[in-house]
Each structure stands twice: as C-alpha cells, then as structure tokens.
Design a protein around this ligand. Sequence first.
Ligand code: SF4
Length: 181
Amino acid sequence: MSSGNNKVTVATTWLDGCSGCHMSFLDMDERLVDLAAQIDIVYSPFVDAKTLPEQVDLGILEGSVSSDEDLHKAREFRARCKVLLSLGDCAVNGNVPAMRNPFKLDAVIERAYRENVDLNPQIPTEGVPRLLATVRPVHGVVDVDIFVPGCPPQADAIHYVLTELIAGRTPDPSQVTRFGA
Ligand code: SF4
C-alpha cells in the first residue's frame, strides 16, 4: 500500500484514550525492527515529527472523540490518510470515555472539577480543548476503513493487521481481536 517510495507511511495519534493502545503497538517488541524496514512513521507520539504530512498511506487513531480538538484531529487524519484505522475499543465504540454520555456535560464537569476535589476546586478554561456534549467513536465523525477492537488490542493483532496492509491485502481483524481486555 505504499505510495511510490518503498515504505508505507504511517501516522498515529491519540484522541481521548489512555495511550495503552500505543503501548500495545510498542509491545510488538523485536518485530518492530522488521516493521521499521517496511514502514516510515511520519507523525506520532513515537517520533519527533509533529506535523502531519499532506498525504499518508495509513492513519491510526487511538481514543474516542470527546473534544473539539479530537474532532479536528480525526477530520485531519481522514482528509490526509488513504486508509484510516480505529485502534482499540475507545476508538471503535467509545469505551471508557463514553461512560459520561448518559449525563449532561455540565454535571460531569461539576463532578470532576468541583465535587470530587478538596483542594482549590475550579473548572479549567484556559489551555484545554472544549469538551463535546457527547463522546463518539471515530466512525461517528469520519469514515473508518479498518476496526481493531480490544482494550488494548493485543500486539499480535496489531502486527497481523499491519503486515497484511503492508502486503497489500485487506486484513480481517475479527479473526484476531475481541472487545475488552
Ligand atoms: S481502548 Fe483501552 S487501552 Fe486503548 S485507549 Fe482506550 S482504555 Fe486505553
């Protein structure tokens, strides 16, 4: 699936997640060495590059869409990545972040920043993205091509999906994944 020069370009980021899905990616351990010969990570918490290129072969999103910043990132990834992959249950179905959905956003903020805080309770307003009223999975805001559930997905499953994509095949993650841990 590469776009001309031999390596498949890959971008990853986290939205509203715990970074555990990215940790699971790193759990591929020594297989990362082989992968490094085939993929070029052009934007990610894993690397220094902090500008998403205009065109990327594969985009990987961890986490749900909970803020306006998450929404912007998801749309940007969709616009620039040929193939977009939802990594982990938070991205696939909202998972833990979506547990706030039955409650009104004001009540959630009040609970988190005032009621449960003993020392200097205050609601942050500067330097934090605006929360959306409802948390949504990534495919709730943009089209997603591949879903890899799990909390987090096992490193073996991530490896399977990546190697299939690199080989130009369409992976079937349902064979190697399940929801939850
Ligand atoms: S799916 Fe699980 S491991 Fe991944 S970001 Fe969500 S809570 Fe963390």
